[in-house]
Ligand binder design. Structure first.
Ligand code: OFO
Length: 164
């Protein structure tokens, strides 16, 4: 059975994944409303994936006889962050993935301090996932920078993100 403090740490991560899902939904809506259909498709998919990450945590906590608490119950504020332009969308994506990585490491540290190697083993999936997602976000920013801010750059960036 999971310890009380580890349960609390897992519940915080459940909330973080839920927030990420809502955040990407808001980015998808901004993209769709501003003609970036490819990027909208990408962020709707990211939003779904973050929800899956949240559910994976919830199922694990249940398996460990803990009681997960959903973000809705915590009363998280999901109001959208203002978006300046498509570059800002990509920077928000990267910044969020970096903060999720820091949160995963913090959770992993709590599991290690608890000597809960079952949880340590489970969390390796999130460590790998965060490595991939941070790498993807950084690569999107680099490619967008290569495209630049002249000519049909909005179209080209949208196409590039949509193909990711
Ligand atoms: Fe990339 O945020 Fe979930 O784990």
């Amino acid at each position: 059975m999971i310890s009380e403090r580890l349960l609390q740490a897992f519940n915080e991560q459940i909330e973080i994944e839920s927030s990420a899902s809502h955040g990407y939904l808001n980015l998808a809506i901004w993209c769709a409303s501003n003609g970036f259909d490819g990027a909208a498709k990408f962020f709707f998919k990211q939003s779904d994936e973050e929800r899956e990450h949240m559910l994976k945590l919830i199922h694990y906590v249940i398996e460990r006889e803990g009681r997960p608490i959903t973000a809705a119950k915590h009363g998280t504020d999901h109001s959208p962050a203002p978006v300046k332009d498509i570059f800002d969308v990509l920077h928000q994506f990267y910044a969020n993935e970096q903060s999720v990585t820091a949160a995963v490491f913090k959770l992993l540290k709590t599991a290690e301090d608890d000597g809960d190697y079952n949880a340590v083993n489970f969390l390796q999936w999130y460590v790998k996932e965060q490595h991939e997602e941070e790498n993807q976000a950084r690569s999107l920013i680099e490619k967008a920078n290569l495209i630049g801010k002249e000519g049909p750059y909005k179209y080209l960036i949208d196409e590039m993100v949509g193909k990711s």
